[in-house]
Design a protein around this ligand. Structure first.
Ligand code: ATP
Ligand code: MG
Length: 361
């Protein structure tokens, strides 16, 4: 892409951002930063408030409280915003009877971008031929790529994509990963949402995780993953532990087995063999990040209340349980600074909510 980014800027700041729909709090005092030159994943289960947050950031929904700014400016105060911020939100509708190319040309005209750039972008996102067909017949993946091209029209330094990996096949996800990396390497700021960690874990540098509109964790992927660990169960744990420690590996007892700080299962097997003990189980453990996200998506505790509530009932507006209520991770220990501690009132509301639910059962 022409015009490699040299200029600084493109920092997103979200402070105390809150959105209430009636008595329902969809986004709840959210704070996070997104840095230029990095791909930041904005992760959370279905209904956790990702799209609502991005819509506030893009000035499409008015915040109930708090601010979301780009280089200190609210979106609506940015002159000619399409040249600063490009975005593709979920369920972007393209007129079915219009070709993808014409669709982009209309948007280009609005943004004051020459038609030439439309063809460049279609080439770049890999749909130059398909874009001459009517958008009504596009697959999900083609729509995603067209949305991406639209987001890039104004050569923006901030790019905000809602669920860009949704509907992409593994090859498409790999392509997207390379594409986003390239954009970040040019110094652009990338904020991409996803409800699936596995779709974006290898794509993003930083993550902000939310549940029920509240931030649950943030940090670099490496920090949140922690050290890789293996779990091993054997006929003689003490003897194996001794052999592993002699190899310089950290070993701790874990249930009926041992946890070893390594991602190298072969070494564990070799040490067992050399120590003359039988292995009954040997596997890599989930990283802390996988475990954290799994707990958010699997536990009813963190499910979106609108998904649980009866039709027409938006449920109580009490916030979700604090992250410290997650089951203790079986994986490696993690720096507590990366997890968000709930305030004392969150604990009270949590207790109150559990009481209410307990009474209802
Ligand atoms: N206009 C609205 N009126 C009332 N409730 C809304 C409105 N928009 C969103 N919500 C509710 O706010 C919550 C958060 O929705 P949002 O679309 O932001 O979630 P999400 O994290 O993007 O979910 P998904 O992964 O399914 O895309 C949901 O419970 C949703 O029903
Ligand atoms: Mg969404």
């Amino acid at each position: 892409m022409e015009g490699a980014r040299r200029e600084r800027g493109g920092r997103i700041e979200v402070r105390g951002l809150t959105k209430r729909f009636g008595s329902f709090t969809a986004v709840d005092h959210l704070d996070f930063d997104v840095e230029p030159g990095r791909v930041t994943g904005f992760l959370g289960p279905n209904g956790s408030g990702k799209t609502t947050t991005l819509r506030m950031l893009l000035g499409l929904v008015r915040a109930t409280a708090g601010t979301a700014t780009i280089d200190g400016h609210r979106y609506r105060d940015i002159p000619n915003p399409l040249t600063v911020v490009g975005s593709a939100l979920e369920a972007t509708n393209f007129h079915p009877g219009r070709t993808g190319r014409n669709h982009l040309r209309v948007q280009a005209a609005v943004a004051g971008v020459p038609d030439r750039r439309v063809d460049e972008l279609l080439e770049l996102v890999g749909i130059p031929a398909a874009a001459r067909k009517r958008a009504g017949g596009y697959s999900m993946g083609m729509r995603q790529r067209l949305g991406l091209a639209a987001a890039l029209l104004g050569d923006p330094r901030v790019i905000i994509l809602d669920e860009p990996a949704n509907g992409l096949d593994p090859e498409g996800i790999r392509w997207l990963r390379g594409f986003l990396r390239h954009l970040a390497d040019e110094g652009r700021t990338l904020l991409i949402s996803s409800h699936m960690l596995s779709e974006v874990e290898q794509t993003v540098d930083d993550v902000v995780i939310i549940a029920n509109g509240k931030r649950v964790a943030q940090g670099t992927v490496a920090e949140l993953r922690g050290h890789p660990t293996a779990y091993v169960r054997t006929s003689d744990p003490e003897r194996l532990a001794e052999g592993l420690r002699r190899r310089g590996l950290a070993v701790t007892p874990a249930g009926r087995g041992l946890r070893v700080t390594t991602d190298d299962l072969a070494t564990v097997g070799d040490v067992a063999h050399a120590s003359d003990v039988a292995i009954h189980e040997l596997r890599s453990e989930q990283t802390h990040l996988e475990e954290l996200f799994f707990n958010l998506t699997e536990s009813e505790e963190f499910r979106n209340r609108n998904l649980l509530a009866q039709a027409g009932d938006t449920g109580p507006s009490a916030p979700a349980g604090p992250p410290t209520d997650l089951p203790p991770p079986s994986g490696p220990p993690i720096d507590p600074a990366l997890l968000d501690e709930p305030g004392p009132d969150a604990r009270d509301e949590q207790t109150a909510r559990l009481d209410r639910e307990g009474g209802a059962r």
